[in-house]
Design a protein. Structure first.
Length: 222
């Protein structure tokens, strides 16, 4: 009897020990799996957020109302909400210049599309053109195309002779107000004059060709 009881006790202890070992093994496996998932998730998030293309699109904002434009001296100007895949986001008006901002995506790398409308005479417009290619479109409109390197610099940046020479030649420009010391922004411009205003489509960091700019122009004036 004692021998039988001893055997039962040993069997129970063995079962309990096996259960403890299995529980510890499963706990270790789950912790390891959880740790691995966290690492993979962090790495994926740091490399590239999983955002659907539709979520990247910037929705078009309402264009400025005609009364607002009239009150700011821009009565009767042309404006467009959409330019191909680019959508109007805001308009900044300062004295005799209205700048319409367009974006393609909510997330960009400095890619911008601008429409600049300036109040000036045709003589003033013509005198502002330097080293540009002027041609007549299929619709009979005279437009000008130009590529320029914009030196976006800090307020205290010292302009060196090389930059000054490029500015004088019309191949470069200087813009101040950058938090960095200097950035060089590639830009393409297509400009024309109509009824007391000069218009300019400016692509920044987009590397557009002349044909790309003409397509935007045709989209804008239609």
């Amino acid at each position: 009897m004692n021998k039988y009881r001893k055997t039962v006790i040993i069997s129970v202890i063995s079962v309990i020990a096996v259960c403890i070992i299995i529980a510890l093994f499963l706990s270790f496996k789950n912790n390891k799996s959880s740790s691995s998932s966290t690492v993979i998730s962090d790495a994926t998030e740091n490399v590239q957020p999983n955002i659907d293309d539709k979520e990247r699109i910037t929705e078009a904002q309402p264009l400025p109302e005609k009364n607002y434009l009239k009150d700011n001296g821009f009565e009767g100007i042309m404006q467009s909400e959409n330019l191909k895949d680019y959508f109007f986001t805001k308009c900044d008006i300062n004295d005799n210049l209205a700048v319409y901002n367009y974006q393609k995506n909510a997330l960009t790398s400095g890619e911008r599309l601008l429409i600049k409308v300036k109040k000036e005479t045709e003589d003033e417009y013509n005198s502002s053109l330097k080293k540009v290619e002027t041609f007549v479109t299929d619709k009979g409109d005279t437009v000008s195309f130009k590529e320029v390197a914009i030196n976006y610099v800090s307020d205290d940046f010292q302009i060196n002779p090389a930059i000054e020479d490029a500015v004088n030649k019309g191949t470069a420009e200087v813009e101040r107000g950058n938090s960095l010391e200097r950035e060089i922004i590639s830009a393409q411009r297509l400009s024309w004059y109509s009824q007391g205003y000069s218009y300019c489509i400016e692509a920044r960091n987009l590397s557009f060709t002349k044909d790309d700019m003409l397509a935007l122009y045709n989209d804008f004036i239609q």
